[in-house]
Write a protein that binds this ligand. Sequence first.
Ligand code: SF4
Length: 349
Amino acid sequence: MEEYRKALTVWYDHAKRDLPWRDSHEPYQIWVSEVILQQTRIQQGTEYYHNFLRLFPDVISLANASEEEVLKAWQGLGYYSRARNMHHAAKTIQSTNNGVFPADYNSIKKLKGIGDYTAAAIASIAFGLPYAVVDGNVYRVLSRLFGIFTPIDSTAGKKEFYQLAQLMLDPGRPGDSNQALMELGAIQCLPAQPLCLGCPFSTNCYAITNQCIDSFPVKSKKTKQKERYLNFIYLHHKNKLFLEKRGDKDIWRNMFQFPMIETNAPTSPEEVMVSKAWETLFKNSSITIESVYPERIHLLTHQRLHIRFFSVKLNENSISGRLIVAEHGEISKYPVPKPVENFLLEIGH
Ligand code: SF4
């Protein structure tokens, strides 16, 4: 293993990308970068990383922010539970450790939203502790390199890959060693068409020797996607828009949106206007849908959202008291889900 470790860190030292968080050993900054990058491309993630640190430069400022401020900073990144968990964890660090980030693996892992991966990344990069990280890139590299057919989504697979990643860890440079394996997966051992030519393992990789790169990593089950049909009622009156706050179950928790009617299948404007939700919204007034925007698809990890916006012009008497009124220009104060943000841009708000 010593040879593999050495080849990997030598490759990393000359091939790694220059990324802002690579200069940092600050646990807070490492944490922010790791959480943002969990489901986000580097380029988009970098912008959010800078902006997040500008707004909340340390644990205390994040802990003292309101939930709406944190969600607003996160708007567009998706998976909003990540932001909520960070906010919660920052409050915990503030109340239990005077705002000082914990410096041992077990205490880091106790924080809300921090699992094995993030705890190992912070512990190794910020504190030089020997904990291996295993993410999608690591699964791909190790399964191809050593020809591991154990499914990565099985308990046995998770254990086997973790043990192997631990063996690949250079105890003298655990942070760099972890980042090297992930970097190799991100820029060299790509999911489709890996760039084997420049890979430090091109002469001893199982997958390339046996010409079975596409067979790895092995997965046992396919995740099923749920189809959902979300019909947003784009309510407007002169310069005003009307919003509601989402509940705290379901996706986009506590964010703001146009009143939304969910159906089990694609729905016509006529069907929307006779639905119970429509009746609740407008009681007995004679409000009607004036136009419909084309359907757009929004993908989440396990959900495929079919989204439509129905334009409804209100008159003075039909404005429901339970809705939030946002004047033109005020809307940017509210954290809204990505499809609503895109729609607002489209209609010039
Ligand atoms: S040789 Fe190719 S398939 Fe094997 S680890 Fe390197 S990039 Fe991946």
